[in-house]
Design a protein around this ligand. Structure first.
Ligand SMILES: NC(=O)c1ccc[n+]([C@@H]2O[C@H](COP(=O)([O-])OP(=O)(O)OC[C@H]3O[C@@H](n4cnc5c(N)ncnc54)[C@H](O)[C@@H]3O)[C@@H](O)[C@H]2O)c1
Length: 251
């Protein structure tokens, strides 16, 4: 089977560099293109060198039509404004897209949904397998425990993270809502500190007992691995807005 040609958007970022390493090391995929913001110091640099590897022969460019045309599928871990523009370019060039960027405003989410009518887009606030299982468990717990149990979501991330609550914390709240609770009754707490990769807990606290479901990410590798898995899946899909649950075949 032919290798899937992958383009990385946000190549110089924490996730972008991790993704370049993941694509370089994984069988069945190869790095076709890498892009970052116009004017960024990394433009023109070799993507392999940028990620601390031997040169890969792929120079970092701006995210233009040529970037998308060189890729069977693109992976975006950038900023919400950039993601909106990338979704439009993906639709115009019919290049499937995996979106990991979080913190999108409602209008930006709508732009992504409009692009997904023309091309396959996998959008997931968290690409880890275990976190996506956690969403299913949270929905189940919310359905089984009645209003006598208070529901709360807490999260901790490194101090560079821009959005709060995290996209994953919001998705955990959505999972509890899908289980029958209301958004208003679910308390949210966010901490930004140090170099924490990402920790999330959903609490169900009643009189005399408390259930806590916790996920701790110790390496960004889990997100990069999940994103590359999603990219290979997305490359063969018809237009539509997909979640990680679709990629993983979870309920
Ligand atoms: N879905 C997940 O599993 C997951 C996991 C980790 C992080 N994230 C999200 O991914 C995003 C990026 O996180 P990070 O820690 O890598 O951030 P980062 O700040 O380290 O990197 C972002 C990169 O995007 C680049 N960029 C900005 N505008 C651009 C544009 N127009 N075109 C191309 N590149 C552009 C920046 O220059 C930078 O190199 C955040 O929204 C974060 O919350 C998601």
């Amino acid at each position: 089977m032919a290798e899937t040609r992958i383009g990385i958007l946000g190549a110089a970022g924490r996730m972008g560099r991790m993704l370049i390493r993941e694509v370089a090391e994984r069988e069945g995929v190869h790095l076709a293109a890498a892009a970052d913001m116009a004017g960024h110091a990394c433009i023109g640099e070799d993507a392999g060198s940028l990620a601390g590897l031997a040169p890969l022969g792929v120079a970092v460019t701006e995210a233009n039509a040529a970037f998308f045309e060189a890729s069977d599928v693109a992976i975006d871990f950038t900023l919400p404004g950039a993601t909106e523009a990338h979704a439009k370019l993906a639709a115009e060039t019919k290049t499937p897209l995996v979106l990991g960027t979080t913190g999108l405003a409602a209008a930006q989410e709508q732009a992504v949904a409009a692009a997904a009518a023309r091309v396959a887009i996998v959008q997931a606030p968290n690409m880890s397998l275990a976190v996506n299982l956690l969403f299913a468990l949270a929905r189940r717990a919310a359905g089984a425990l009645d209003a006598a149990y208070d529901v709360a979501v807490s999260e901790i991330h490194h101090h560079h993270k821009l959005d709060a609550p995290s996209g994953t914390a919001l998705a955990l709240r959505d999972a509890a809502v899908a289980g029958g609770r209301t958004e208003e009754e679910i308390a949210m707490a966010s901490i930004r500190a140090g170099d924490v990769v990402g920790e999330h807990t959903i609490f169900f606290a009643g009189a005399g007992e408390r259930l806590e479901l916790t996920h701790k990410a110790t390496s960004r590798e889990v997100f990069a691995r999940g994103a590359v898995h999603a990219a290979r899946w997305a490359a063969g899909q018809p237009p539509g807005l997909y979640a990680m649950a679709d990629v993983l075949g979870l309920d």
